[in-house]
Design a protein around this ligand. Structure first.
Ligand code: C2E
Ligand code: MG
Ligand code: MG
Length: 610
């Protein structure tokens, strides 16, 4: 795979008997050598000629080799040369035993790869000790080499995922950009950050969190390896620069940050395809024992040379693009553009202003009615937050909710919405209005707080709001992410006596088997499908959701009803509730009483031919 991890050699182990190959055509020499070595606790295997020596070497894998130079069939020098060419013979100690001690044959021995030489006659009394020294030296050398390999590995690779680390990434990016400059080609840097990783990590535990990161690394590698162009960053190439390095480089910078560098980019659309594939493969649920979290990435992309000519600029701009991707709803990719710097500054400013807004009562609620298609009555209202900005006017939640999600401000904001809803409801009760249901949006971050049920229980007790008046709108992706764990939480919420709806249904990934087990009351068809009713696909999805709701015995509501055609279609197919501009815009609280007195029977009747 990515690296050849050094293996520990067995002759380091205590109690291990070193095995020595003795190759000599003289039987007496072999016998004497054997006796000396066995007396030192070593095991001996013998060979009587050159070819046999090779044979025994391959079969027995000795720790040290004795070679007589003059042997029939093949000289000891030749045997030595051949052993050195084998992978397992590269660093084995070899002792050449020669009859002559002239300079030339000794040189020949070393050239052939010998570690040591001895001249005949051999001093038998010293032989055992000499061999011990050679083995020890060889072990020390191997240990050093392993240590060095390990250090080099650690310096360039992330030990958890085996991906190249930040240092590799920096060197690699430098090299790729230099090369791109020489060849006048383009390159792309993709910055990948996992959405809400910290929270997921905390909730599934750190060892599962680690496994999740390993799985993410594996998916990235598998997905991008399908490109033939991919080039693995091997240990050697960390040091050697090869001109022909092209393709895809993956690295883990640390935590939940990954990078992909594409070289020789010819068309931006190719980069888009890669980004899309990364998005898709990472967003598949991950099986971790009883948890199946869905981990989406946010991806920022910067292109060389357009978005930066040096590594620093490119990295900074890819990072900015990633920040914008997060702020704009996550689970998406964004190409850097110059306006983004301004946008990033603006987002930071928004964070601060939002903090200020919450302290200074700049947030307001609106209520949008939901109409029962059987009676024409308004039976429920969705609470929607607005930000009345002193300079910018009304800021849409589409703009600031994602920012609040990212910074965690959504928790405080969500609590404020609840309190405000309770305040309004209690007032409406005092003026004698019917107890219609109030739907409150709960963002994924709010839902994933461990103490949400406890908080709501406390809130209900304190505020006096009747639980049956409350419906929580949860997004599909929030509850499907780690579905198994969420069942328990949904049950706790249900036990408080409130209703649960799945908002924007159809836009995320839903597992039918879970849907059946979730204690939910309502499916809310996303408005994009309603807007798309004229297309066969849109209509098919709406039909499928209606059928699903019927089978699961769930209430179903369609939002974003704007015209009569949409109305007719949905009334025709017995959708329970409808919400949209066709009936009313989100209303000021003071307009709610009037709305409740309205009846939409005539609109509904007119839409369905008798
Ligand atoms: P959502 O929960 O799907 O809310 C429906 C959105 O559709 C609302 O946008 C609503 O004003 C809009 N809408 C209603 N009828 C129509 C129609 O006929 N046509 C069209 N085109 N749009 C219609 P809004 O108020 O801008 O809210 C947008 C999103 O912001 C909401 O989507 C929700 O996800 C989030 N949001 C709003 N208020 C809150 C809140 O208090 N807490 C949280 N966590 N999120 C909120
Ligand atoms: Mg909603
Ligand atoms: Mg919705």
């Amino acid at each position: 795979m990515l690296s050849t991890r050094p293996v520990m050699s067995t002759n380091d182990l205590p109690g291990y008997r070193a095995k020595i190959l003795v190759a000599d055509d003289d039987q007496n020499v072999r016998l004497l050598t054997r006796q000396c070595l066995e007396a030192e606790g070593m095991a001996v295997v013998e060979a009587a000629n050159g070819p046999q020596a090779i044979d025994v070497f391959v079969r027995e894998r000795p720790d040290l080799v004795f070679l007589d130079v003059e042997m029939p069939g093949m000289t000891g020098l030749e045997v030595c040369r051949r052993i050195r060419q084998m992978p397992q013979g590269e660093s084995i100690p070899i002792m050449i035993v020669t009859g002559s001690d002239d300079r030339q044959s000794i040189d020949q021995g070393f050239e052939a790869g010998a570690t040591q030489y001895k001249t005949k006659p051999v001093n038998w009394s010293l032989l055992g000790r000499d061999v011990q020294y050679m083995l020890r030296a060889s072990n020390a050398f191997n240990a050093l080499k392993r240590q060095e390999d390990r250090l080099r590995y650690l310096a360039y690779y992330d030990p958890l995922t085996s991906l190249p680390n930040r240092r590799s990434f920096n060197e690699q990016l430098n090299r790729i950009l230099k090369r791109a400059q020489r060849h006048k080609t383009s390159a792309a840097l993709l910055f990948i950050d996992l959405d809400h990783f910290k929270r997921i990590n905390d909730s599934i535990g750190h060892s599962r969190g680690d496994r999740l990161l390993v799985e993410i690394a594996k998916r990235l590698t598998m997905e991008l390896r399908e490109d033939d162009a991919i080039n693995y960053f091997t240990e050697q190439s960390a040091e050697e620069t090869t001109e022909s390095e092209v393709g895809t480089e993956i690295a883990r910078l640390g935590g939940d940050e990954f990078t992909v560098v594409l070289s020789d980019v010819e068309d931006i659309s190719d980069v888009e395809v890669v980004a899309m594939r990364i998005l898709n493969t990472l967003s598949e649920p991950i099986a971790l024992q009883s948890h199946n979290p869905v981990v989406t990435p946010s991806i920022g992309i910067a292109i060389y040379p357009h978005d930066g000519e040096d590594p620093d600029t490119l990295v900074r701009n890819a990072d900015t693009a990633m920040y914008v991707a997060k702020a704009e709803g996550r689970a998406c990719f964004r190409f850097y553009d110059e306006e983004m710097n301004a946008r990033a500054v603006e987002l930071l400013k928004m964070e601060e202003e939002l903090r200020h807004a919450m302290r200074h009562n700049q947030l307001e609620l609106r209520y949008q009615p939901q109409v029962d298609t059987k009676t024409g009555k308004v039976v429920s209202m969705e609470a929607l937050v607005r930000w009345k900005h002193p300079e910018r006017g009304m800021v849409s939640p589409v703009e600031f909710i994602p920012v609040a999600e990212r910074t965690g401000q959504i928790i405080e904001l969500g609590e404020w919405v609840m309190q405000e809803v309770a305040r309004h409801c209690l007032y409406w009760e005092t003026i004698g209005l019917d107890q219609f249901r109030i739907c409150v949006n709960i963002s994924p971050l709010q839902f994933n707080q461990t103490n949400l049920p406890q908080w709501i229980e406390g809130f209900l007790g304190q505020s006096g709001l009747a639980p049956h008046r409350l419906e929580l709108e949860l997004t599909e992706s929030a509850i499907m992410n780690d579905a198994e764990t969420n069942i328990a939480k949904l049950r706790e919420l249900k036990a408080l006596g409130l209703d649960l709806a799945v908002d924007d249904f159809g836009t995320g990934y839903s597992s039918l088997s879970y849907l059946k087990r979730f204690p939910i009351d309502t499916l809310k068809i996303d408005q994009s499908f309603v807007a798309d009713l004229d297309s066969p696909d849109g209509a098919a999805i709406v039909d499928a959701i209606l059928a699903l709701a019927q089978t699961l015995n769930l209430r179903v509501i369609a939002e974003g009803i704007e015209d009569e055609h949409q109305l007719t279609y949905l009334v025709d197919r017995k959708c329970d509730l409808l919400q949209g501009f066709y009936f009313a815009q989100p209303l000021y609280p003071e307009d709610v009483p009037d709305m409740l007195r309205q009846n939409f029977t005539s609109e509904l009747a007119a839409s369905v031919p008798a």
